[in-house]
Design a binder for this molecule. Sequence first.
Ligand SMILES: Cc1cc2nc3c(=O)[nH]c(=O)nc-3n(C[C@H](O)[C@H](O)[C@H](O)COP(=O)(O)O)c2cc1C
Length: 303
Amino acid sequence: MDLKTNFIGLKMQNPTVLASGILGTNFPLMQRVFEEGGAGAITMKSIGPEERNGHANPSVIEWEHGLLNAVGLPSPGFQNMEKEWKQLSKRNFPLIASIYGASVEEFATVAKDVALHKPDAIEVNISCPNTKEHGQIFGTSKEVSAKVIKAVKKEIGEISLIAKLTPQAPNIAVIAAGCEKAGADAICAVNTVAGMCIDIDARKPILHNKFGGLSGPAIKPVGIKCVYQIYESVKIPILGMGGISNGRDAIEYIQAGATALGIGSATHYQGIEVFKKICDEMQKWMKENNVKSLKEIRGVAHA
Ligand SMILES: Cc1cc2nc3c(=O)[nH]c(=O)nc-3n(C[C@H](O)[C@H](O)[C@H](O)COP(=O)(O)O)c2cc1C
């Protein structure tokens, strides 16, 4: 069963993609995830306008149904990435860079620099707060999302643009359609869902930042619903993610309409071999159900 996937021009050995933020911007680690782990493409941690340490610990906790993180977008800053980019220029895997900013102008500045280093695609993380709009998350407004996508598109030329959306948008399908119109080549859904855990014995929030983003199995139904709705509102391909831990989860996202599949938290629970494992399980399901290619089942849940 062939899982080879062409996602916005990225020629992938299979549809799995390492999600952003999971293994940083470290080249040897990314190469291992591709070569030993079997991922089809690698997304870097989001790169921001300046050096940032992120939030104090505890910043990631594991609870019964997933992770809760408030790492706070730690970033070396786009100006301090020369060594990483030099190593990455020798890569043998499809690379998706990820960027964030606190204003439309900052997104454009970071995009311009990152594009010089020629990643295979640039993912625009519009799930972060806009400091000029009282901290409102960019991706919850159709107009603001479109402004960011337009500004980034102008700076990155021929490089493919993926808009990464927040499930906290009141209507994610409308945001996705706005991003497509503004020039996005693909949609990535979803980022984490806001949440909080309290240690009842200590009577205090567990995360130093109090609030964080949920990921892992708890958010799979959220991601599936978002991908399903987006599939009906855009023509561009979808990179689906949120709680994918096994082959059946992956097939579920494909049936909702995804072309590529992001895997993040599952690498924490199962190690980098999880990409190979998920592909093997997908192929087993396809064989048992007489499905020859993923095209046959993409979006079938809409029929
Ligand atoms: C520790 C951690 C850090 C993350 N950092 C980023 C990031 O820098 N940029 C981004 O777009 N998403 C980030 N994410 C979100 C993931 O890329 C992904 O959208 C989310 O975790 C859902 O997928 P999963 O359930 O497979 O983990 C982060 C997630 C985790 C758990």
